[in-house]
Structure formats: structure tokens, C-alpha cells
Write a new protein. Structure first.
Length: 197
């Protein structure tokens, strides 16, 4: 079976964990309009994901200084990497998507990536010994039980397999189009709805 294929949970619902959600124009508004979300978890109890294409003005170096971590000279160009808006929930809390690396106190393995929320990953980054590839967000996108399924039924989101190239290597401004391209869709093919459902 193709590991990137959509998985089905025990209850027969589609499991969107480790996939991208792409917001449909005119269907998703507010802070999640025009976003690409990496889905970390999707269960019957709800879902959690991180926006990967909405950089903030805050850099990783600024964030590490704000939480009083001494920066090593070895941190190099990562210092200027943007911190992303991960979603409207708990915007004062940091989330780090990164290539798997063991030893962190609060880390969840998600296949090709891991999600860490503990300070120790930021300490390692500050010392120049962090994960090889990473994306840091403030906040996350969350849905309660049945909420995401309802939005999917209204065609608010497209879903596709997650791509590490899009997640880590594609410039943030190009990630929306790149995620759509995984589905064989050109962004110019999508028209915004003038009205509401």
C-alpha cells in the first residue's frame, strides 16, 4: 500500500494525519484563508495542524533571544529563518516541526517529521545542535470532534500527501501553489465564491 495514501480510521473516517490541508478560496476565511496546514493529528476527538505558509515578522534568532537562550555562533543562517503563524490557538506557545531526532522531553514522531513542544529543542537550536531541518510556529490550528469533517463536507479544504520538499525547502510564498500542484491543480483554476453557503 502507498504510505502517502489516505488512511482510514477504525470508525471508517478518513485520517488526515501527516497530510496537507489546502484552504479553498472563498470557503475558509479569517486567519486561515489561503493557508496550507500540515496535519499533525486527526482523530475522532478532533484535529491539530500547523500553518506552514504564513511567516511572521519574528525571526528564530529573535524568538530565542526573547526566551533568554544564548545564541551560539554556530546557529548561522537559521538565525534569520522566520517563525510562522501556526494557527489561532495558543499563539503564545511554540511548536517545532523537524526531522526526527531523539532525546526531547515532549516530542511526537509523525513519520518523516516530529513535533516537539518542549524548550529543550529550542535550547539545542540556540547551541547550533538542533534538528537538521525545522519549522517553528507560534500557535496551532485546532478542530473539535466532527468540526473538520463538517468543513471538509462543505469543500472548505483539499487534502494531499505531505511533501518534505514543500514543508522545508519551498519558499513560504510558494507553498500554497506547490501544495496544489501535488494534486495536479493550478491555483489560477480555483475561483473564489462571491457568496456564502
Amino acid at each position: 500500500m502507498d504510505p502517502s495514501a489516505t488512511r482510514v480510521s477504525h470508525a471508517g473516517n478518513v485520517d488526515l494525519s501527516r497530510q496537507f490541508l489546502v484552504a479553498m478560496p472563498g470557503k475558509v476565511g479569517g486567519s486561515l484563508a489561503n493557508t496550507v496546514i500540515y496535519m499533525c493529528e486527526h482523530t475522532e476527538q478532533g484535529a491539530l495542524g500547523l500553518v506552514i505558509n504564513r511567516p511572521t515578522d519574528l525571526t528564530l534568532g529573535n524568538l530565542l533571544e526573547r526566551i533568554e537562550l544564548d545564541l551560539s555562533l554556530e546557529i548561522g543562517p537559521v538565525r534569520d529563518d522566520p517563525v510562522f503563524f501556526g494557527g489561532p490557538v495558543q499563539t503564545d506557545r511554540g511548536f517545532v516541526l523537524h526531522t526526527p531526532k531523539s532525546g526531547y522531553s515532549s516530542s511526537i514522531e509523525l513519520g518523516d517529521v516530529a513535533l516537539t513542544t518542549s524548550r529543550d529543542v529550542l535550547q539545542e537550536i540556540a547551541q547550533g545542535h538542533g534538528p537538521g531541518r525545522l519549522l517553528v510556529t507560534l500557535g496551532y490550528s485546532g478542530w473539535g470532534a466532527g468540526q473538520l469533517e463538517s468543513e471538509l463536507a462543505r469543500n472548505a479544504w483539499l487534502n494531499t500527501r505531505a511533501s518534505m520538499e514543500v514543508l522545508f525547502d519551498t519558499p513560504p510564498a510558494e507553498r500554497y501553489d506547490a501544495a496544489l500542484a501535488l494534486l495536479g491543480i493550478d491555483a489560477s483554476m480555483l475561483a473564489s465564491d462571491a457568496g456564502h453557503d
